[in-house]
Design a protein around this ligand. Structure first.
Ligand SMILES: Cc1cc2nc3c(=O)[nH]c(=O)nc-3n(C[C@H](O)[C@H](O)[C@H](O)COP(=O)(O)O)c2cc1C
Length: 127
């Protein structure tokens, strides 16, 4: 499967509700993931999940963000029409003023080759 390597200034943002349903995604996220914004809004964020990602990573993400803390980590995501891309993600708990509910935001940038190799090795040991 073909890797899309993020550009230095790619900055992928998405926002979810308290259950992980996508509320918003910026242009960079839509372009890299291969979806239009309309296709993403209302879908579970697992729509971009790659099968190589261990469940433990997402459990850690959710446990951390739900406890009100910021989670950072490496994520391999699937592209709609095949292929994948790695990001370094920072997930923030936030309050959505429109829905007046708990929400979450993720901002993603390009990880280095070394960081990707380390994450790949670590994730092979997790399930
Ligand atoms: C703000 C936010 C951003 C997320 N971004 C991603 C993402 O880019 N890729 C991904 O696979 N899961 C992401 N998740 C985690 C998913 O909600 C989900 O837990 C994960 O895809 C595993 O799917 P599952 O819980 O159905 O097993 C994100 C969650 C939050 C709260």
């Amino acid at each position: 499967m073909q890797e899309y390597v993020l550009k230095n200034d790619d900055f992928l943002v998405s926002q979810t509700d308290e259950k992980g349903k996508i509320l918003f995604a910026n242009d960079d996220f839509c372009k890299v993931a291969g979806y239009t914004l309309d296709e993403l809004v209302g879908q579970p964020h697992s729509i971009v999940r790659h099968k190589d990602m261990p469940r433990a990573a997402f459990k850690d993400l959710w446990d951390t963000a739900k406890s009100g803390k910021v989670w950072t980590g490496y994520v391999k995501n699937a592209i709609k029409n095949g292929g994948y891309y790695w990001v370094y993600a920072t997930v923030y708990p936030m309050y959505d003023a429109v829905t007046q509910k708990q929400a979450f935001m993720s901002c993603r940038r390009k990880p280095s080759k070394e960081e990707i190799a380390d994450a790949e090795a670590l994730y092979k040991t997790l399930s």
